[in-house]
Design a protein around this ligand. Structure first.
Ligand SMILES: [Zn+2]
Length: 171
């Protein structure tokens, strides 16, 4: 297994069809800051996402990529705008296509697997970011917000609310 630090200095790429037919596996991790399309959802750059990418064949024997993601990101609660730890646990599969015409010929069926255009140099970071966008809630909210509601009628933060705030900030 390669350490996540090794991946921060370069951009890993795979040859899609070759990776799938060889049944290859690649593991690594990206910091939250590596995903520009997630930036608007994140409260901070804290955290990272570990991935396991596997080459495999789908039920119809087509070369595919399985992608498993895990990690913790700091999303911004859409109600109180405070950070909210979100645990990423996601498993997705992409069926490789040789041409865009192959993808367009697929039935527009929500149960059909996701397709991706195979390349000789597919950036792993982009595959991970695509799947991450599916895994992260569009409008994340705390079950119970602690920020704005922690003020009592005189405008002072109640000790209880401060304690909850402390506990939460340690996530
Ligand atoms: Zn909240």
């Amino acid at each position: 297994m390669i350490s996540s630090a090794a991946f921060m200095s370069h951009q890993p790429v795979i040859d899609g069809f070759q990776f799938a037919s060889a049944g290859a596996t690649q593991q690594g991790a990206f910091p939250a800051s590596a995903f520009p399309r997630l930036r608007d959802l994140l409260a901070s750059d804290a955290g990272e996402v570990a991935y396991t990418l596997r080459g495999l064949l789908d039920a119809r024997g087509r070369p595919s990529l399985g992608l498993r993601l895990s990690g913790t990101l700091q999303l911004r609660c859409q109600r109180c705008l405070e950070p909210m730890a979100f645990e990423v646990r996601h498993e997705g599969m992409l069926v490789l296509a040789a041409t865009q015409a192959d993808i367009d010929a697929d039935p527009k069926d929500t149960s059909a697997p996701d397709r991706v255009l195979a390349g000789k140099q597919m950036p792993v970071r982009e595959l991970v970011e695509d799947e991450l966008l599916l895994a992260v809630p569009f409008a994340p909210r705390h079950e119970r917000c602690v920020g704005a509601s922690g003020m009592d009628e005189e405008g002072k933060a109640s000790p209880f609310a401060e304690l909850r705030g402390l506990l939460q900030s340690r996530h």
